[in-house]
Design a protein around this ligand. Structure first.
Ligand code: CA
Length: 426
């Protein structure tokens, strides 16, 4: 099926502000609560949220074979499970309904009243019920920086890293949408020079600049997904802040990897941008340094050129952009990650979320965590208001942004914004 929704020449009758992440060529999917307290699946053009449940009920999706209640749900899991043909049909239809040449909804004020919402009239929710969440570790620059800091500067990468898209199974219950605050966690830490751990608030709370992809029900148990088919099973992507507590992490992570240092919260941007919408922004990723095993050899442009930015804003302060990176720096692409994840026969379900791992670029300004930006706290970052930061302080807000841009169109993710609150007190 053609991706006519991507037509860069299409104009919409909805007002789209200059440099908006949400032109009619984007058409992301999300879940929101409306002013009438109804939960619905929707999309967004410019600064208007579009109620797809209402659009469907009013007959605008006629001819697309989907159940009557497809969009009257509190998650996108069923829609995603319906597969790529459905995603494409619906996205193409939305593009046509909101095309400036199409007068049907445009000149029906009663229907518009039911379908369109201002962003201040809605509250974004989690777009999917995340059954399983996996976090990869796929940025060579990030893995190298961390290896230099905590292990051997001359052998920063562990021997498996260039052969395996390293990852671990994370916790899905603490993935929350942008806008919700995060509490500083407490836990066990081993103070410098001490032999016994202490309990207390993490003093080294960090963000991790990541993106995550969302899968459909891709395979049955026992069936691997070939690397060249993997993208057929990827619905779309979000921005992902994998909040981390470095002091808890350092004490707990040997031998089985991160646990409570990561599971207290991860924040995501609420609109899932489809892989179809990102099609014009395909690029080749880095060339493999080592010969890969056949099941990981991917061909063609399997990476995406997504500009990424991180702002840190102190309480009542001004924002400072502390990092500028790009998703294209990832050494392992999503196809390789999904092929590797399933090569042992592990099944992947609709709504599963797979995060990239911290995305650091080649230069210090492009590092994707405070750990790297301040180099373990040795080089504090200067903020616009004159303050300094080694890690995240109480009431700081961390905002991730991501967008793709070519000469014709800009397609973006909006924001993933969350504030760190002090420790929980009963
Ligand atoms: Ca991570």
């Amino acid at each position: 099926m053609s991706l006519e929704a991507n037509d860069p020449n299409r104009r919409t009758w909805i007002d789209v502000p200059k440099n908006s992440d949400f032109p009619i060529q984007n058409i992301p999917f999300g879940v929101f609560i409306t002013r009438d307290d109804i939960i619905t699946i929707g999309t967004r053009i410019g600064d208007k949220a579009i109620d797809l449940g209402a659009l469907h009920q009013l007959g605008y999706l006629e001819g697309i074979e989907i159940p009557d209640d497809m969009f009257l749900q509190d998650s996108l899991n069923d829609f995603i499970a319906d597969g790529r043909k459905t995603w494409r049909s619906v996205r193409n239809r939305i593009a046509r309904i909101f095309d400036i040449e199409n007068k049907t909804l445009q000149e029906n004020p009663e229907h518009k009243e039911r379908v369109l919402f201002g962003l201040d009239e809605i509250e974004m929710q989690m777009p999917v019920h995340v059954g399983d969440y996996t976090d990869f570790y796929s940025s060579k620059e990030h893995a190298t920086n961390v290896g230099k800091m905590f292990r051997d500067p001359d052998n920063a990468l562990l021997p498996n890293w260039l052969h395996i898209p390293v990852g671990y199974h994370g916790r899905s219950s603490s993935i929350i949408p942008s806008g919700l605050p995060v509490r500083r966690p407490q836990g066990q830490k081993l103070p410098q020079g001490a032999e016994e751990p202490i309990f207390g608030p993490s003093r080294l709370v960090d963000f991790e600049l990541e993106m995550a992809f969302i899968t459909t029900a891709a395979n049955h148990i026992g069936e691997p997904i070939p690397v060249d088919e993997a993208e057929n099973h990827i619905f779309g992507m979000v921005l992902f802040n994998d909040w981390s507590a470095r002091d808890i992490q350092k004490w707990e992570y040997v031998p089985l990897g991160p646990f409570l240092a990561k599971s207290f919260a991860s924040s995501i941007s609420p609109w899932i941008v489809t892989l179809d919408a990102l099609e014009p922004f395909r690029v080749e990723g880095p060339k493999p340094v080592k010969e890969l095993l056949p099941y990981l050899k991917s061909t063609g442009k399997k990476s995406y050129d997504v500009n990424l930015e991180v702002d840190l804003t102190p309480k009542d302060g001004k924002p400072t952009t502390i990092s500028r990176s790009n998703f294209k720096y990832m050494y392992w692409n999503m196809s390789q990650q999904l092929a590797h994840h399933t090569v042992n026969g592990c099944p992947v379900n609709s709504g599963d979320m797979m995060a990239s791992g911290t995305i650091s670029g080649p230069t210090p300004e492009s590092y994707g965590s405070m750990l790297e930006l301040s180099w373990r706290g040795e080089n504090p970052i200067k903020l616009n208001g004159g303050e300094e930061r080694k890690f995240i302080e109480d009431y700081d807000t961390v905002t991730l942004r991501g967008f793709c841009q070519n000469y014709e169109v800009r397609v973006g993710f909006g924001e993933c914004r969350s504030q760190l609150l002090p420790i929980y007190k009963s």
